[in-house]
Design a protein around this ligand. Structure first.
Ligand code: G3I
Length: 355
């Protein structure tokens, strides 16, 4: 397995150096930025997938392989095989690894959600999970999405398996359970950067105000938090880049890093998967450009990650019942799209000062 990875590494580096073509990875390295993507271990046997990945990115994140339902098939078993395969690939190609995600209210395995564990048992299971997983990947995963999507659209902490649980959090205690699991995570691996990862709260509004208030409170009270993940799953053309910039500015001013964690810009498609409006790809490219340029304006914005990199493997299709797609920088044949060129352009312009 490792031998194949090494060959891809040699082929990849020679491709870039011989052609002289800059890659996202080279331009991101020049701009002191991490450029990453979510990966699926099942695709690491596909040559085009592997060569594009190694050539264009300096950071990886498991799309699903480090989630509860894969890592922990039952209360007493941990299965690190898929996550370890991603870590091995990253190490063979000098890439960083982000971890995703230790605590989420959704997509948890049935043995956890339907077993009617007591509060005490759940608190033990959660603490054990965070500790075991972070210690397994200590020194290999440099940053973790400790908690994912805990807030609703109004900025309130969602009720969930973890929220109203003595020993974890309590109804009315707001972000107490988030604070507790961040403290558990820091004890498990004090070198890892700890992120709170959120969707649809990237600009200015009640949800991003709540994230800002939580970070300000945590920083004031010494709760170990190092960053905010802005997912940026974009499905509407009217993206308020200025609001995203203002949100990044105010969060980084609190002393936390920003990672764009799940960037994709989905477009309406017809029943055969073709674009409903072909020129949407140009608007899409400008949205990608704007996000990258905005991140580069703030030294505290240290990573940009797409949620997959080829339209061949994107969550969007199934999630949208195949009404949307074409969301990523490479098409289904691994050919770069206008979005790729826009990102490369923006990266090659390097860091700039906020407008
Ligand atoms: O692999 C199984 C397959 O064997 C089975 O037949 C099929 C039908 O049940 O399920 C397949 O697993 C699915 C997996 O994606 C792989 O396709 C899971 O059911 C499905 O829940 C899983 O969805 C993932 C989703 O998170 C939930 O974990 C998506 O891949 C992943 O892209 C998505 O990513 C999330 C981030 O973690 C958090 N932010 C939002 C983002 C998009 O929803």
């Amino acid at each position: 397995m490792l031998k194949r990875f090494c060959w891809s590494c040699i082929l990849t580096l020679s491709f870039a150096s011989v052609c002289g073509a800059q890659t996202l990875r080279q331009e991101a390295d020049n701009a002191s930025l991490l450029v990453g993507t979510a990966v699926r271990p099942a695709q690491l046997s596909e040559t085009a997938y592997v060569s594009t990945l190694a050539r264009e990115f300096n950071m990886l994140e498991a799309e699903d392989a480090m989630k509860w339902w894969i890592l922990r098939p039952d209360a007493g078993t941990y299965d690190f095989r898929q996550g370890d395969e991603i870590v091995r690939f990253a190490q063979a190609h000098q890439m960083k690894v982000r971890g995703h995600c230790l605590v989420w209210a959704q997509y948890n395995p049935k043995w956890l959600t339907q077993a009617h564990f007591t509060d005490r048992q759940l608190a033990h299971l959660l603490h054990e999970h965070i500790t075991k997983v972070m210690k397994h990947y200590a020194g290999e995963v440099f940053a973790w999405d400790v908690v994912n999507e805990a807030l609703d659209e109004h900025g309130n902490v969602r009720d969930s398996l973890w929220y109203n649980r003595p020993g974890i959090g309590l109804q009315g205690e707001g972000t107490a359970y988030i604070e507790r699991v961040f403290r558990w995570a820091h004890r498990a691996d004090k070198h890892a950067l700890l992120f709170y990862n959120e969707a649809e709260g990237e600009g200015l509004g009640r949800k991003s105000d709540a994230v800002y208030a939580m970070v300000k409170d945590f920083k004031q009270r010494g709760v170990p938090i190092n960053g905010i993940g802005l997912q940026l799953h974009i499905s509407k053309p009217d993206v308020d880049i200025a609001a995203i910039a203002a949100n990044i500015a105010r969060l980084t001013a609190l002393g936390v890093q920003i990672h764009v964690t799940e960037l994709d810009v989905s477009l309406p498609v017809d029943s055969s998967g073709g674009l409903l409006h072909p020129d949407d790809v140009n608007r899409q490219a400008e949205i990608y450009r704007g996000i990258v340029q905005t991140c580069l304006q703030y030294p505290g914005c240290t990573a940009i990650q797409t949620w997959g990199f080829t339209d061949k493997y994107s969550w969007i299709g199934s999630f949208s019942r195949h009404t949307r797609g074409w969301a990523l920088p490479f098409d289904r044949n691994y050919d770069p799209k206008p979005a790729y060129r826009a990102v490369l352009d923006a990266l090659s312009a390097g860091r700039s000062v906020p407008r």
